[in-house]
Design a protein around this ligand. Structure first.
Ligand code: PEP
Length: 248
């Protein structure tokens, strides 16, 4: 079976001492883990968490990144600054960035290309709103976010690109897509990737599911053919809920 890619998005939670404790517990719980792992703390926690994760089997992530390298962009964090902290993976296009902070597909695409230029792995998040799902548009919304999000991304760079399918109505709500529903969208995402990059890259690209994944539902989701991992919010804030998912 393919290695799963299990990533934790801590969002805007924790202070430094708490983050260090949590990173230590997760590191211990996953030390013999066979899957691929990543943790994405808030910017202010990255340096402390980097110290804990150094030499471990867990990649260091960031939850966002500026679309510019340097200059007058008050409040933003540049790819150069993230590199300097040892960040290896950047999450881009998270639905909270798209819908609360109004990030467009164009902006996200600029960030994706800049992150790849600076050597990061990227997790590009896509997903539909509840009303879009109810109108039967889930696949079309994901397709557009993928086509526009990946504009100008080369086949070579797809090696460092993961897609996270995160239906917006399932994030932080306790509602999860059924494994069958999620698998269906994942299959349609793979089809879009095949049209863009061919069969081999489509098959090799990791497609994570995100949206209220927890120990009780993770095994059923991760058993599905097209679900290659998980991007986990709430359940990544506790080693006792993250480890059982991560050790799938
Ligand atoms: C997320 O933040 O990407 C997410 C999926 O959150 P949660 O697991 O809390 O739904």
């Amino acid at each position: 079976m393919k290695k799963k890619y299990i990533a934790g998005n801590w969002k805007m939670n924790l202070k430094r001492a708490e983050a260090v404790e949590l990173a230590k517990s997760i590191k211990t719980a996953l030390k013999d883990g066979k899957n691929k792992y990543m943790l994405a703390p808030s910017f202010t926690l990255i340096q402390d968490v980097a110290e804990v994760l150094k030499g471990s089997n867990i990649l260091l992530g960031a939850q966002n990144m500026c679309a510019e390298e340097t200059g007058a962009f008050t409040g933003e964090v540049s790819p150069l600054q993230l590199r300097d902290l040892g960040v290896q993976v950047v999450i881009l296009g998270h639905s909270e960035r798209r819908h609360i902070f109004k990030e467009s597909n164009e902006l996200i695409n600029t960030k994706v290309n800049l992150a790849l230029k600076h050597g990061f792995e990227v997790i590009l998040c896509v997903g539909e709103l509840l009303e879009e799902r109810e109108a039967g548009k889930a696949e079309a919304v994901c397709e557009e976010q993928i086509r526009r999000g990946l504009a100008a991304v080369s086949s070579k760079d797809m090696e460092r690109l993961t897609i996270a399918y995160e239906p917006v109505w399932a994030i932080g709500t306790g509602k999860t897509a059924t494994p069958e529903d999620a698998d269906e969208i994942h299959a349609s995402i793979r089809l879009v990737l095949k049209e863009l990059y061919g069969e081999e890259i489509a098959q090799n690209t990791c497609i994570q599911y995100g949206g209220s994944m927890k120990p009780a539902n993770a095994a059923d989701l991760l058993a599905k053919e097209n679900i290659d991992g998980g991007l986990i919010g709430g359940a990544s804030l506790n080693a006792e809920t993250f480890a059982p998912i991560a050790n799938f």
